[in-house]
Design a protein around this ligand. Structure first.
Ligand code: PLP
Length: 425
């Protein structure tokens, strides 16, 4: 339990770190985070439960965040864990070394153990990195592929997954092929068939998002990885959005590599990422940043976390985010995220002026719903959203709405009002 002095110190660091006014920082950090509402309240008064839970975030009441797909927002227990570690480190109370970026220390090992249990893989298969982009690059740059080798990517990959392969193609003469995803898909078979038709005898790697950035589509990763395995092709999954949004079992998915950005849906601090490398492939990957231990295969996946001094405090925050998520209950979190997204889906379906691009069936979306205009553009909807301080992802051609456990029903009503006026106006 921090002392009063420590709480005020925390507020001062919080003010500096997050650019808050001293008064606001004191309100947020000079006290312990509010108690979590009891889970029993969910049965008796769910609206009250979700409204009480919202007190865990600093979120401004006059801004509506329906875009935690781009960056999430950390609850107070996570922010407090980061700030407390920063303070203790700057006071030189922490063990001297190793820091994050070199050999593993006990707190990083504890974090990897917790992540491995949550992701259903082995600790030795998990590296800590700084985001999904880094994880994607480690895989791409670490694989030896000769000129003429082919890599298959979807047409909905984020630049953080696609550009490393574009660079590899420019440097080494590999060929990139693209599989076009239906918007929206009609069935799992339709999607898998497109991958099957796009693979060639020269394809060596298939690269796909678990949940695509462009439309929020949840891809049938297990089926696609099985197809790849049957054809002798490696599978790399960009799971930037998946961790914290949907339940994950990496061994069951059967992929070879999997990168994630827990700063999004797991609500961890920015600058945290995970990379899974299937045990059998650990020695096949070169490191991208070479320092001590670069070829020490006994380090297993931790070899890919040795990249020089990095921010240990955010990794402490990642552990706090995982603890927070598990305290709420991953199933309960998913159920709520999906329930709210379904409300968005059902409402948007009513408008003949727009077309849903992912949420055709329940399995194709989790917490994100996207839509495109049937004709024209969505500029008027964008203007109505901006007028109400509602933040969504996308542009005039397609918008994507993300719901999380901090999202309130009233905020969705404001979003619906903006869409209604924008489409009818
Ligand atoms: C599918 C996907 N991959 C990668 C990224 C990049 O994430 P980061 O900046 O955390 O590396 C994003 C970001 O939105 C994404 O949606």
């Amino acid at each position: 339990m921090p002392t009063r002095r420590e709480l005020f110190q925390r507020a001062a660091v919080g003010a500096a770190f997050f650019g808050l006014s001293p008064a606001r920082a004191e309100r947020a950090f000079a006290h312990e985070a509010p108690q979590l509402p009891p889970p029993t309240l969910l049965d008796t008064n769910p609206d009250r439960y979700w409204a009480d839970l919202r007190r865990q975030w600093l979120l401004a009441p006059d801004h509506i965040n329906l875009n935690c797909g781009s960056v999430g927002c950390s609850p107070l227990p996570v922010l407090n864990a980061v700030i407390d570690h920063l303070l203790s480190a700057e006071e030189f109370r922490e063990p001297a070394y190793p820091w994050f970026g070199y050999e593993e220390n006990p707190r990083l090992r504890e974090l990897r153990d917790a992540l491995a249990a949550y992701l259903h893989c082995k600790r030795d298969e998990l590296a800590l990195v700084r985001n999904a982009t880094e994880g994607n690059n480690v895989v791409c740059n670490g694989l030896d592929l000769k000129a003429g080798a082919e890599v298959l990517l979807t047409d909905q990959e984020h630049p953080g997954a696609r550009c490393c392969w574009e660079q590899k193609a420019a440097r080494y003469g590999i060929t990139l092929n693209t599989v076009t995803l239906p918007r929206p898909p009609a069935s799992v078979d339709e999607v898998v068939e497109r991958f099957a038709n796009a693979l060639t005898p020269r394809t060596q790697v298939v690269v796909l998002s678990h949940i695509t950035t462009a439309t929020g589509l949840v891809l049938p990763v297990k089926e696609i990885c099985q197809l790849a395995r049957d054809r002798g092709v490696l599978s790399h999954v960009d799971g930037a959005h998946a961790i914290g949004q949907i339940p994950l079992d990496l061994h069951d998915l059967g992929c070879d590599f999997y990168a994630s950005s827990p700063h999004k849906w797991l609500l961890a601090p920015k600058g945290t990422g995970t990379l899974y490398v299937r045990e059998e492939l650990l020695e096949r990957l070169w490191v991208t940043i070479a320092t001590v231990g670069w070829r020490d295969h006994a380090l297993k996946a931790y070899r890919f976390s040795n990249f020089g001094t990095s921010n240990l405090s955010v990794m402490i925050g990642l552990k706090a985010a995982l603890d927070f998520h598990r305290t709420l209950g991953p199933d309960r979190v998913y159920a709520r995220i999906h329930q709210l997204a379904s409300r968005v889906r059902d409402r948007l379906k009513e408008y003949p002026q727009i077309r849903l691009t992912n949420a055709s069936t329940d399995a194709f979306y989790a917490g994100m719903v996207s839509f495109e205009p049937v004709k024209g553009d969505l500029k008027r909807v964008q203007a109505e959203l901006a007028a109400r301080n509602v933040r969504v992802a996308g542009n005039q051609d397609r918008l994507r709405v993300a719901t999380h456990v901090f999202t309130q029903s009233t905020e969705l009503n404001t979003f619906f009002d903006a869409v209604d006026r924008g489409l009818r106006g």
